[in-house]
Design a binder for this molecule. Structure first.
Ligand SMILES: Cc1ncc(C[n+]2csc(CCOP(=O)(O)OP(=O)(O)O)c2C)c(N)n1
Length: 341
């Protein structure tokens, strides 16, 4: 069986356009605090969520907008929650890192690794109450070094819980390259728990779709948990306003005020030795060049090029998505006036 490319594209584009609109609201000062986007992860999320239906559960991380959007949660409720409006999914109390919808069995948390135990809880309930339903946990590769996630893998394996663990691997946990803090190989680590583990190109939604489909249908047949390691790149860095990316995009303007402190710290006799400082600067340079090469890996753009669809139908689809997003943003902003906190 092959995926419905147009449906996947609609899911991914809706999430992308909504997050772009949320990014604009953040830049304009409508949203306070940090803002983590899932831009760049849409191929992974769509390839998994397309297999879910009513009664299946989602446990998401701090980048929870894409899974909730693609699982059919109300767009206005999501935006309103980001804005802190009482019309939000959690009455504006949780913000973007704590999006949830009881009706969709979807919840998220900013505590790194917590989607593991949350998904296991959903899956344990499924085993007792909804035997053919599954739970999906989304998390970054940084979470793979969190105790609670490893405990979840262990229990899921021991109890044959119907969970799909989806690790979105961008190789970086804020500014820590994951390879520096991760021992061994993640696929081997997970197989050590007796769980089937597969590696996929997360920018190729069809590849994710096939791998996720197999794992999810096995879990539905009581075949136990599975793990997907899906690579991705995130063009907006860790959060909006990421200083490393600002330097890549506007080196002259951004380095103007930073050059002095950088030179002073390099010349200082205190702190790490010359070798240690050179290694840190090398690490930063590596991160910058990685950020600069992110553009060719866009899952949405890659799928658009492969779509078998008439030009007019594609334009109609994109216009429809834009109108939907526009309406959600306007309604969410309007809710601030109607019921201010
Ligand atoms: C338990 C816990 N420790 C630390 C943090 C701070 N923190 C927020 S995001 C993040 C990095 C997570 O990296 P990863 O899991 O790879 O996800 P990514 O942000 O790259 O998507 C950290 C350390 C946190 N929120 N929770």
């Amino acid at each position: 069986m092959e995926p419905d490319q147009t449906r996947l594209y609609r899911m991914m584009l809706t999430s992308r356009r909504l997050e772009e609109a949320i990014s604009k609201l953040w830049q304009e000062g409508h949203i306070s605090g940090e803002m983590h986007l899932g831009i760049g992860e849409e191929g992974i999320v769509a390839g998994v969520v397309d297999h879910l239906s009513d009664g299946d559960a989602i446990a998401a991380d701090h980048r929870s907008t894409p899974p909730l959007v693609m699982h059919g949660v109300d767009l206005t409720g999501i935006v309103a929650e980001c804005l802190g409006s009482t019309a939000g999914l959690g009455r504006g109390l949780g913000g973007h890192m704590h999006l949830m919808s009881k009706a969709h069995l979807a919840a998220s948390s900013g505590i790194v690794g917590s989607s593991g135990p949350l998904a296991c809880g959903f899956a344990l309930a499924h085993q007792h109450l909804r035997p053919d339903r599954v739970a999906v946990a989304f998390f970054g590769e940084g979470a793979m070094n969190q105790g609670m996630l490893l405990e979840s893998l262990n229990l899921a394996g021991a109890w044959k819980l119907p969970v799909l663990f989806v690790c979105k691997d961008n190789g970086m946990a804020i500014t820590t390259p994951s390879e520096r803090v991760t021992s061994g190989n993640l696929i081997d680590r997970v197989r050590g728990f007796g769980i089937s583990a597969v590696e996929v190109d997360g920018a190729n939604v069809e590849e994710v779709w096939h791998a996720a489909g197999e794992s999810i249908s096995r879990a539905r047949r009581r075949g136990g948990p599975a793990f997907l390691l899906a690579s991705c790149v995130r063009p907006e860095g860790h959060f909006l306003g990421d200083p490393l990316l600002r330097i890549v995009r506007q080196p002259v303007a951004e380095l103007k005020d930073r050059l002095g402190p950088l030179v002073r710290s390099a010349a200082s006799t205190k702190g790490a030795g010359v070798g240690g400082r050179a290694a840190s600067l090398g690490g930063i340079a590596k991160m910058l060049s990685k950020a600069a090469t992110m553009r060719g890996q866009d899952p949405v753009g890659r799928l658009r090029k492969r779509l078998h669809i008439d030009r007019a139908d594609l334009e109609a689809l994109e216009t429809e998505v834009d109108l939907r997003i526009h309406s959600a943003i306007e309604t969410a902003l309007g809710s601030l006036q109607e019921a201010p906190r």
